[in-house]
Design a protein around this ligand. Structure first.
Ligand code: HXC
Length: 258
C-alpha cells in the first residue's frame, strides 16, 4: 500500500516503518497516525513479517502531535472525535514485537508513541520530552502514565511540569531506553535486534510480549501466576521440544511456530 506520510520496507522478515513528514519534524497529523495504525496492523497480519521497527529521521522521531492541526479544535471536537483514540487502540493491539528506533526529538505524542512500542533503542542525539505544558495542555496518550512507570514519579513530574527534555544518557540511566547507539548505527542496530527476535519461535515471542505487558495491568501475584501458566502452556508446542533438543544436541534450533 502507498502511504503519504510513511515509508514502509519489508526486509528479511522485519517491517521497517519510517515516519516521513520532514517538513514538520514528523509531527503526528491525523493522516500520519491513521496511516501508522494501518501499517502496523498490516504488518501484524502479514505472515512474512515477524517483528516491526518504527523510526523517524536523524533529526526527529516525532516532535509530537501536529500542533497546527489541533490548535483550533474545541473541547467537543476532541471529545467526540476521540482525538487519536481509535488509532492508538489499533497500535496497542499489535501482537508482534515493535521496536522504536529513536533519533533526535521524541516529544509529546512522539515520546508517547515510542513508549507504546515494546522497547526503545535510541541514538546519542535523542531528546525525550513531554512539553505539552508549554502549550497550556498536558500529555494525552501516555505521557503522565507510561512515562511514570518507566522513569518513576520524580522524573515524570519534572518532565511533565517543566517541559524539560531528557537526553539519551539520562534516558538510558532512567530505564526509558534499552540501549544508546551512534546515530549512524541506529537503524542497523534496531534491525539486528528485530532479526534476532524474528529468529525465535513466534509463539514464544507473542506469549513473552503478552506476559511482560501483563505486568503493567495486574498485581504481582496475578502476574506471576499468569506467567507461570503461560510458561506451562508453551510445553504444548513443538517449538519447546525443538528448542530444548537443539540445546542438548548443541545445534541451532529450527523453530516452526507450532
Ligand atoms: C506541528 C511542528 C511541530 C508540531 C515542529 N513543527 N514541531 N508542526 N506540530 N508538534 C514544525 C515547525 O512549525 C516548523 O515548521 C518545522 O516543524 C521545524 O521546526 P522548528 O521549530 O523550526 O525546528 P527547531 O527550531 O529545530 O525546533 C525543534 C523543536 C520545536 C524543539 C522540536 O519544533 C518544538 O518545540 N516543537 C513542538 C514540540 C511540542 O510541543 N510537542 C508537543 C505537541 S502536543 P515551519 O513551517 O515553521 O518551518 C502533543 C499532544 C499529544 O504531542 C496528545 C495527542 C492526543
Amino acid at each position: 500500500m502507498a502511504y503519504q506520510t510513511l515509508i514502509v520496507e519489508n526486509n528479511d522478515r522485519v517491517a521497517l516503518i519510517r515516519l516521513n513528514r520532514p517538513e514538520a519534524l514528523n509531527a503526528l497529523s491525523g493522516e500520519l497516525i491513521s496511516e501508522l495504525a494501518a501499517a502496523v496492523t498490516a504488518a501484524d497480519a502479514d505472515p512474512a513479517i515477524r517483528c516491526i521497527v518504527l523510526t523517524g529521521s536523524e533529526k526527529a522521531f516525532a516532535a509530537g502531535a501536529d500542533i497546527k492541526e489541533m490548535a483550533a479544535k474545541s473541547y467537543v471536537d476532541v471529545l467526540t472525535g476521540d482525538l487519536f483514540g481509535p488509532e492508538i487502540e489499533r497500535i496497542n493491539r499489535v501482537r508482534k514485537p515493535i521496536i522504536a528506533a529513536v533519533a533526535g526529538y521524541a516529544l509529546g505524542g512522539g515520546c508517547e508513541l515510542a513508549m507504546m512500542c515494546d522497547f526503545i533503542i535510541c541514538a546519542e542525539n535523542a531528546k525525550f520530552g513531554q512539553p505539552e505544558i508549554n502549550l497550556g495542555v498536558i500529555a494525552g496518550i501516555g505521557g503522565t502514565q507510561r512515562l511514570t512507570r518507566f522513569v518513576g514519579k520524580s522524573k515524570a513530574m519534572d518532565m511533565n511540569l517543566t517541559g524539560r527534555f531528557m537526553d539519551a544518557a539520562e534516558a538510558e540511566r532512567s530505564g526509558l531506553v534499552s540501549r544508546v547507539v551512534p546515530v549512524d548505527k541506529l537503524v542497523d542496530e534496531a534491525m539486528a535486534a528485530a532479526r534476532k527476535i524474528a529468529s525465535k519461535s513466534a509463539v514464544a515471542t507473542m506469549v513473552a510480549k503478552e506476559a511482560v505487558n501483563r505486568s503493567y495491568e495486574t498485581t504481582l501475584r496475578e502476574g506471576l501466576l499468569y506467567e507461570r501458566r503461560a510458561f506451562h502452556a508453551l510445553f504444548a508446542t513443538e517449538d519447546q521440544k525443538e528448542g530444548m533438543s537443539a540445546f542438548a544436541e548443541k545445534r541451532e534450533a529450527q523453530f516452526r511456530d507450532r
